[in-house]
Design a protein around this ligand. Structure first.
Ligand code: CA
Length: 557
């Protein structure tokens, strides 16, 4: 968080509302910040004793959030070096807290000590398809407004960019070769502590609405309680993309129908859940939409009409012989997106009306992107940015304020669970492999770069070997993409100079030093994640999966 000492008004928006008793409790719970008192001069900018008291509480809560993140990092540090690094972040905390000494509270007050979580993710929504990312055609006014108030990760990476592997990593904070879901339509085991179980243990209500896709090959089967990874409230089904004829189950083995376009009906369900749970325990709520995944032309007519006659801008990496197909597909894709943007708006209004928005961590993202004819490719699984980069917005006014900020450090799928738990002030289970970037979200820690591991352990389905599918491992850093297949180095892009990834620098002598450096980073990532980069069939054999000749699990819908 950057705080401008010249502008208390700005800071007021950033700091948001805080809780009085909580802050005082925190003040005594964290005596390590006692020295701050000497620098704390709220009366300089405030004119009433009550305002002064509230001001103190505001600053203390920020100290709490920062300190709590620090304490958990120090607990987790396994080496002296990591411990010292974590301790170093404390200095940043202290400076930040001092800068906040004049901060004033907003008018509203909160009664929640633990933030709610509303995590909304779409299916196949690529990063470039939002207005706030600069797309001139797409219609996302609600997301654009949300982005102004959010931390926006401009390089959020789907590390194994296809449905089930992403979802399994989201649920467990683990990499695909650890949780074992490196193909679609295999079941996620319950041997790791899931994100829902963690929130349950912390006294939360947990809820899941929409597409689940973690229970094996029967995509429309009833999923009993013991196979829901801990989610208590349940309105979900495995997988369908028949959005206007879409079903779900609650607690009984009775198939229920989402009326109309399923994403809208699911959104209404989520609004109802929020209304019914607004006065009780904090909740962690996941909403998983099927769109804008193909079929592209099934959004409600009023959204399709917005784009059908429009000439849409195509990325420079769509080959000319695909222009007509890409235009047609994009019109339908953007129609789904326009519908989902309205859904986002409705949920945000519900949170605001219930006075919950300050104390709610609100996340919007997607499981992976969509090639949409870039490089002549379709769908996902591929290592190019259209496939691996997704939107990722985090808004949490009570702790982060309301001044949006863009973070260009890559964050990977296994990092989501620990980062959300970190922001929620909860302990991170030992089974998690991802990194807690909550201090990056809060702004107390500056990490300029991070290498997100990207992979296809075994090609299948829409990216069979006959369509060019192959095993790969790579890294996406802030600037570069570097990928190896089983034969050796395959792709190297300077995404800053070449945002459409048209110039493969791999194995060019003038870039050998860069390639070697990125290769070392990749090797280290593989070592850290116990990944021997074997041929795909080795992993299929190891996990005992039954696949067809193309390496695909045969599913029923
Ligand atoms: Ca998907």
């Amino acid at each position: 968080m950057k705080f401008d000492e010249e502008s208390p008004e700005k800071a007021q928006r950033k700091v948001g509302i805080k809780n009085f008793e909580f802050a005082l409790g925190v003040r005594f719970a964290f005596p390590m910040n006692r020295s701050l008192r000497t620098d704390f001069q709220p009366w300089q900018t405030l004119d009433s004793p009550i305002a002064t008291l509230q001001n103190m509480c505001d600053s203390f809560l920020v100290i709490y959030v920062e300190t709590d993140i620090l304490v958990r990092k120090m607990k987790k540090a396994s080496t002296r070096r990591e411990f010292l690094q974590a301790a170093g972040a404390g200095a940043v905390s202290t400076i930040l807290s001092r800068k906040l000494s004049w901060a004033v509270p907003s008018a509203k007050k909160s009664s929640l000590h633990k933030p709610n979580l509303v995590f909304i993710f779409a299916d196949q929504w690529r990063a470039q398809a939002t207005g706030y990312a600069g797309n001139p055609d797409v219609r996302t006014p609600n997301l654009d407004k949300l982005a102004e108030e959010s931390i926006s990760f401009s390089r959020a990476v789907s590390g194994c960019p296809v449905c089930c592997p992403y979802r399994a990593s989201l649920m467990t904070g683990r990499y695909p070769l650890t949780h074992g879901v490196f193909l679609n339509d295999v079941r996620l085991s319950s041997d790791a502590v899931s994100i829902a179980q963690t929130y349950n243990q912390a006294g939360y209500e947990t809820a899941y609405v929409g597409k689940w896709h973690l229970d094996g090959r029967d995509r429309s089967a009833f999923i009993p309680k013991e196979k829901r990874q801990g989610f208590r409230f349940w309105r979900a089904m495995g997988c369908t993309h028949d959005y206007n004829n879409s079903f779900y189950y609650a607690d009984e083995n009775v198939k229920l129908k989402w009326e109309g376009y399923d994403a809208i009906a699911q959104t209404r369900q989520v609004q109802q859940y929020i209304r019914e749970h607004s006065g009780g325990k904090p909740f962690a709520l996941f909403l998983s939409w099927g769109p804008p995944h193909d079929p592209y032309h099934t959004a409600p007519a009023k959204y399709r009409e917005l784009f059908e006659q429009k000439k849409l801008v195509l990325p420079d990496n769509v080959p000319s012989h695909h222009w007509d197909s890409a235009q047609k597909a994009l019109a339908g894709y953007y129609a789904h997106i326009a519908a989902l943007d309205d859904c986002i708006g409705w949920i945000l209004v519900t949170l605001r009306e219930l006075n919950l928005e300050n104390d709610t961590i609100f996340v919007f993202t997607s499981d992976h992107g969509d090639m949409l004819f870039s490089h002549g490719e379709q769908n996902k699984q591929r290592p190019w940015d259209e496939s691996i980069l997704v939107p990722f917005l985090v808004r949490y006014p009570a702790a982060l304020g309301r001044q949006g900020r863009t973070v260009d450090m890559p964050i990977n799928t296994p990092d989501i669970m620990p980062t959300l738990l970190g922001l929620s002030g909860l302990d991170i289970p030992d089974t998690v492999e991802g990194t807690d970037f909550s201090a990056v979200v809060s702004g107390s820690e500056k990490i300029t770069d991070n290498a997100a591991l990207i992979c296809c352990p075994s090609p299948f389905g829409q990216w069979k070997r006959e369509n060019g599918g192959k095993e790969y491992r790579g890294v996406r850093t802030k600037r570069y993409t570097y990928v190896r297949d089983l034969k050796g180095p395959w792709l190297l892009y300077d995404n800053e100079k070449d945002p459409y990834q048209l110039d493969n620098l791999c194995s060019k002598p003038e870039h050998s030093e860069l390639q070697s450096r990125l290769d070392s980073i990749l090797c280290e990532k593989l070592r850290q994640t116990n990944d021997d980069f074997l041929p795909g069939w080795e992993y299929i054999k190891k996990w005992g999966y039954e696949v067809d000749q193309s390496g695909t699990v045969v599913y029923t819908s």
